[in-house]
Design a binder for this molecule. Structure first.
Ligand code: MRU
Length: 350
């Protein structure tokens, strides 16, 4: 099967693979306005930090393309309003805010640098900028794949958590990109995918894309990772990121921190792969990264239907955790690999 397309711009609308249905059904949905893009991001039809950024950039265009309210000034106010709306869809992945800030600044700059610009031209340029973000995202994945491959080429068995593959970005992914690059070069990897409770991105999505690509993948429950590491099979761990603070502390899917602690205990290198748009240099440490809290039903209902927690018990469902920088062997970015000390080295590269 050809690689699944996460997101595309076709026939004047965004086509998204509905990731809530995977792996049972591969269904593409048309997103035609900002409201349906907001919903798609919030319920994880589109997910993964870079893909959310691309989706939001297109969402802004969809949100403003029918604007019919007169002067450029009121159009710019409307752009700001749609940016704020889309930015409230999810709180942790900085790529969402990065993409929307870039779109907003671009639109204002275009309006300022060309005083007789019409709203029609501005709308067209907003779409062009969203397409540029989409294309840059594909190139970013390739570059991370190349840099990451150099780090893991002799480590034939890799553990990953959640999904930071093609389905979390516009093309190859971040954490999985080095594995795809290896495959192109005839280097064989096998992968252990943590299932990633509660929404099972590892089991449903990582295992789907790797197995469809012909890369051997074994799904384990999250609580099996430490014992698989102890068995000596895992030679490296690679995960993605939703936000990286200036000191290298990294927010990623809940459970990443536990995997990093286990890897440190077993002396297995733990790598983070993420684009420069995932760094938040305004935030000094992971303590300041906002962590999304999600609903009870994700934990308390198996598969969204079968009760697995009694009604009187409470549920705690943070969607992300923060892995301290000291547990991370290196951060693989499209600009190169960053090693500790991160506070010094991140600013040099990003
Ligand atoms: O809640 P999700 O599925 O959007 O969480 C995704 C992750 O945590 C990924 O590891 C991260 O966004 C990096 S994707 C390249």
């Amino acid at each position: 099967m050809a690689r699944l397309k996460t997101i595309d711009w076709q026939n004047d609308c965004v086509k998204l693979i509905d990731q809530t249905l995977l792996p049972n059904e591969i269904r593409y949905i048309d997103i035609v306005n900002a409201e349906s893009m907001y919903e798609a991001i919030q319920v994880l039809r589109v997910r993964g930090a870079p893909a959310i950024g691309v989706a939001a950039a297109f969402g802004l265009y969809l949100g403003v393309r029918d604007f019919d309210g007169g002067a450029v000034g009121s159009f710019l106010d409307f752009v700001d309003d749609r940016v704020a709306y889309l930015a409230s869809s999810r709180p942790t992945a900085i790529n969402l805010f990065w993409a929307l800030d870039r779109m907003k600044k671009f639109t204002h700059d275009q309006a300022e640098s060309c005083t007789d610009i019409g709203i029609g031209t501005l709308k067209k340029r907003i779409l062009d900028e969203a397409i540029r973000i989409f294309e840059e995202d594909k190139r970013m994945c390739r570059a991370i794949g190349e840099h990451g491959f150099e780090l893991i080429k002799d480590k034939e068995c890799i553990l990953t958590h959640c999904n930071a593959g093609g389905l979390a970005t516009s093309e190859l992914g971040t954490a999985l990109a080095p594995i795809y690059v290896g495959q192109e070069r005839g280097v064989k990897f096998r992968v252990f995918a943590d299932e990633t409770r509660p929404l099972l991105q590892g089991a449903r999505i990582t295992a789907l894309e790797l197995s469809e690509a012909g890369i051997p993948v074994t799904v384990i429950c999250d609580n099996m990772a430490a014992s698989v590491m102890a068995s000596g099979q895992i030679k490296a761990c690679i995960v993605g990121a939703d936000r990286i603070a200036a000191n290298g502390d990294t927010a990623n899917k809940i459970g990443t921190y536990g995997a990093a602690i286990s890897a440190a205990y077993h002396k297995i290198p733990f790598y983070v792969a993420a684009p420069s748009s995932t760094f938040d240099l305004k935030i000094k440490s992971g303590a300041d990264i906002p962590i999304e809290m999600r609903g009870r039903e994700e934990v308390a209902l198996l598969g969204g239907v079968k009760k697995s927690v009694p009604d009187k018990a409470e549920v705690f469902n943070p969607s992300f955790d923060v892995t301290p920088a000291e547990l991370i062997a290196a951060i693989i970015t499209e600009k190169g690999v960053i090693y500790p000390p991160y506070t010094e080295n991140i600013v040099k590269i990003i």
